[in-house]
Write a protein that binds this ligand. Structure first.
Ligand code: FAD
Ligand code: NAD
Length: 464
């Protein structure tokens, strides 16, 4: 019997874990992945990125049809009806296809799926169901779950988290969203588009913490124009459910008079916290930091030799692409190669309409580090956005005042999520704003606004 059952055992098959397992197998290692869910793919494929985008896409098309935007383009449909069951069915279909795809990739790459939740029994051993296995390397990729709000019980009927909000069987008359972050704005947009009144209660004075100040201001303006109501600087002190309805009690964050809001559904979306309970980390000799995360070094090695960690369970933005890149890097490090993730350049995208995307530093953070030059170009000056009747938004480029090196790029427009890849790549290669300004961009594309914003850094855009 070999000393170890596996070279690598990955715990959790989300975008971090399944990618790490496949990459390690590609590198010739004997790999298993423990996953307790019935399907592979983790939060992202089962109850996160994928189902939310399926509903965002479908609800966007519904609003374009029902709201008259298509008719204005000469596409007349007669009366438009919502078939919510069909909308949910295509969401489930997308999830089934993609999670099944990971199962296929596991088989193709000979990654063994250990079905069940894993708990450490020692530094190099875990128990999954009745089976105890030993592995030379163990990668913790257990992801995250919804942060609960004290005093607010999630029943997944009236008071839901993001998972429940993806599955509402009927359009709420009034949806109150607690938290003006990414989930609140994406899922709030879904239900508003299909007919719900949506109120977002946000503790801070502005929505979208972590995003550039201009972007936060402009996006709040656009969401308000779309009909979402915001109660910023406001905290929820309790939610009472009675007869299938909710009464949400709120008061100013700084203290003051309380008021109540009646709602058909309440979505709790105040952040996520790492999944570590049940892992029996003590048996492995691992402890958590004060935010409940597992700390690693630059190589994703924990303080215990042979145990690694990646994705939402470690510090950094809780994003699928960050987890995936860490999955590749950790597998390469285990195999003796050099796996690196540049944590300074992890793009963020909010998949609303328009989309909101950013990479690198905000203007506020860049100014704290030194003198900057900022170029901003409005989408109203971009021929493709204008032709498509999408005048809202802008591209903003922040560059170092002395070296001209690009420090941050922020975009609001329909295809911002796709456009941000160009900015990220340019920054990865150390581009200056001048490099971008002198790069030929195809016409007519939204991406020309990136070139113009780069030209605006030196005060010379053409189309404004
Ligand atoms: P996870 O995807 O959470 O996977 C961890 C897996 O580990 C889970 O399947 C869990 O069952 C399993 N597990 C946990 N404990 C054990 C154990 N002891 N044994 C075995 N298995 C275990 N990010 C984006 O980048 N883009 C988006 O558009 C986006 N949309 C989102 C929408 C929603 C509604 C939500 C909730 C999240 C979204 N995210 C998005 C965030 C994204 O889903 C996460 O950042 C990503 O899934 C993290 O990957 P991970 O591999 O670290 O963990
Ligand atoms: P978030 O951190 O994006 O937003 C939470 C919001 O809730 C913040 O604005 C915060 O100030 C507010 N808040 C906190 N406590 C509050 C309280 N008591 N009352 C009112 N407001 C309160 O978290 P989220 O929206 O729950 O998303 C969780 C994670 O999932 C994020 O880290 C995000 O990166 C990831 N995610 C990403 C995407 C995407 O990439 N498009 C989509 C969905 C989720």
């Amino acid at each position: 019997m070999a000393e170890y059952d596996f070279d690598v055992l990955v715990i959790g098959a989300g975008p971090g874990g399944y990618v790490a397992a496949i990459r390690a197998a590609q590198l010739g290692l004997k790999v298993a992945c423990a996953e307790g869910r019935e399907t592979l793919g983790g939060t992202c494929l089962n109850v996160g990125c994928i189902p939310s985008k399926a509903l965002l896409h479908a609800s966007e098309l519904f609003e374009e049809a029902a709201g008259g935007a298509l008719a204005k383009l000469g596409v007349k449909l007669g009366s438009v009806e919502l078939d919510l069951d069909a909308m949910h069915a295509q969401r489930k279909d997308a999830v089934k296809g993609l999670t099944g795809g990971i199962e296929f990739l596991f088989k193709k790459n000979k990654v063994e799926w250990l079905k069940g939740y894993a708990a450490f029994t020692g530094k190099d051993s875990v128990k999954v169901g009745d089976r105890e296995v030993r592995a030379k390397n163990i990668v913790i990729a257990t992801g995250s779950s919804v942060t609960p709000l004290p005093g607010v019980e999630i029943d997944q009927q009236v008071v839901v988290d993001s998972t429940g909000a993806l599955e509402l069987a009927k359009v709420p008359g009034h949806l109150v969203v607690i938290g003006g972050g990414v989930i609140g704005l994406e899922l709030g947009s879904v239900w508003r588009r299909v007919g719900a009144k949506v109120t977002v209660v946000e503790f801070l004075d502005q929505i979208l913490p972590g995003f550039d100040g201009d972007v936060r201001k402009e996006s709040a303006k656009l969401f308000k124009k779309q009909g979402i109501e915001f109660k910023t600087g406001t905290k929820v002190t309790g939610v009472a459910v009675n007869g299938g309805k909710a009464t949400v009690t709120v008061e100013p964050a700084k203290g003051g008079e309380a008021e109540t809001i009646e709602a058909d559904n309440v979505l709790v979306a105040i952040g996520r916290r790492p999944n570590t309970s049940g892992l029996n980390l003590e048996a492995a000799g691992l402890s958590l930091n004060n935010r409940g995360q597992i700390e690693t070094d630059h190589d994703f090695a924990t303080s215990v030799s042979g145990i690694w960690a990646i994705g939402d369970v470690i510090p950094g933005p809780m994003l699928a692409h960050k987890a995936e890149d860490e999955g590749i890097a950790v597998a390469e490090n285990i195999a003796g190669l050099t796996g690196i993730v540049n944590h300074d350049l992890i793009p963020s995208v909010v998949y609303t309409m328009p989309e909101i995307a950013g990479v690198g530093l905000t203007e506020e953070a860049a100014k704290e580090k030194g003198e900057v030059k900022v170029g901003k170009f409005p989408m109203a000056g971009n021929s493709r956005a204008k032709t498509n009747h999408e005048p809202d938004g802008f591209v903003k480029i922040i560059a170092d005042a002395k070296t001209d090196r690009v420090l941050g790029v922020w975009i609001i427009t329909s295809v911002a999520g796709t456009m941000i890849a160009q900015a990220t790549q340019a920054m990865e290669f150390g581009a200056t704003s001048e490099d971008i300004a002198y790069t030929c961009h195809a016409h007519p594309t939204h991406s020309e606004a990136i070139k113009e914003a780069a030209m605006a850094v030196t005060g010379k855009p053409i189309h404004v």
